[in-house]
Design a protein around this ligand. Sequence first.
Ligand code: GRF
Length: 192
Amino acid sequence: MLISGSGSNMVALAQSMTGDHPARPCVVIANNPDAKGLERAAAMGIPTACVDHRPFAGDRAAFEAALQQTLADHSPDILCLAGFMRILTEGFVTPWAGRMLNIHPSLLPKYKGLNTHARAIEAGDPEAGCTVHEVTAALDDGPILGQARVAIEPGDTPDTLAARILPMEHQLYPTVLRRYAAGNRSPVMLNG
Ligand code: GRF
């Protein structure tokens, strides 16, 4: 799993991979040495690594080569982006085609990119949510594997909305991963 920050989705995924779940976490890699998720993964006994993107100063290919090498050291079967905030090029994504997932905090295809909750509120949408999708070269695109919908309430701010959606992410992502790891690609639809 790749993270950049708190790693709450990583924790939810790791906690779900027990018993007869077909997958187990094998490594958590952050692009940021201060990512709180690294400590949380270590506390759960999961191997961790950091490939800091800053020394590569914009040389995206070199950063991605370092990331691929660190991943190869652990040879995961499936790669889950969980709050990973770097854009990955086609060169990185292609070898992972069909084995790479991401969670995005909007009801894709709406609101690709950043500030998703603010944009949904601004647009006066009746609902918002999150999407788990297969990662392809196009940003926040790719086949949708699951969505959770949450009503936008009058007076919602991006923070109050995020506070209702994040727990749904922690329910959706593990549900999708369990099915995906068992070879089931049929979309999961949850309602908050
Ligand atoms: C979440 O909103 C997630 O949808 C987005 O990054 C945010 C933080 O995720 N990808 P996490 O707590 O680091 O898992």
